[in-house]
Design a protein around this ligand. Sequence first.
Ligand code: SF4
Length: 353
Amino acid sequence: MIDLSITDIIDKAKMCRGISSDEAAELLSVSNQKDRSELISAAGSVRDKVFGNKVFIYGFVYFSTYCRNNCAFCYYRRTNDLSRYRKTEDEVLALSASLKDAGINLVDLTMGEDPVMCAGGYRELLGMVRRVRDEVGIPIMVSPGAVPEESFSAFRDAGADWFACYQETYNRDLFSKLRLEQDFDNRLNQKIWAKRAGLLTEDGMMVGLGETLRDRVDAITKMGSLGCEQIRAMTFVPQNGTPMEGMKPAESDDELRSIAVMRLMFPDRLIPASLDVEGTAGLKTRLDAGANVITSIVPPHMDLAGVAQHELDIDNGHRSVAHVLQMLDGMGKRVATNTEYASLLKDLRAWNR
Ligand code: SF4
């Protein structure tokens, strides 16, 4: 129990020095409209104080939908019978180049744990990363799933700036029901090993798949205290063909409160507004809640999928860079230049040491 009222906690948070886990729990549980509006508005103002009106935009290249794992929540789980694709190195290069030309700050090279890409110590993936670095010259995030400890330096040397690996929950019991046949500590260590190798790290939690409010607080606290420079919350979307397909889809409100609390707890972190949950219709609410990175920008007509929403807003071009830029204009925000993003990465690396 804490003595402070919601308004006291929010006033303290506005000073950009963070809040405690107990205070975060109080804020996550706000239910009346007035407190909720105060929370959201404080998170937006803390983001603006730290980052100004600029946001960062990331292109998403989900280059292989093959996966050896069988996560209960995921459409691309091994046992789901669906048509899958694996893009060639040249295709990934061309996609990355077109995203760079369109003005994005980073390309996120994502795959399921595709046995072909994992073979030979990630030989193919490392070659792809090297070519994107050398021939396109854009900051790179890799999201290859869980990898052995000795692979992290190879990803760094090939040119990756970031390593993303979402725990989804820090409740071990829940983890074992979601990430079937996977090891909690091995996944947790991904963030630690990546940081040790000098990579920037992203972690993420999922909202609405059976976790308690305390689980959410624990996940936010843990992701931040691990030192992950980018942390995210995304609403669970039930997927056809999975054991969780019958679950009731959650509203996005818990995700928005989680984003706002993350911002108040860790004012200087990058926090994504993902287009992968509600498409561009959900962009403004996430930015209002304190997010400062737009992720899951997917070029249209390239036969690329999203993760939680594999088709939403892709082929109508709404997830394209041009459309997102147009939307930002109307919100008083601007995209960071590549020079600004490079300078941010330099600062984050200095902080990481
Ligand atoms: S969440 Fe990732 S690791 Fe799990 S089944 Fe889906 S693609 Fe594979």
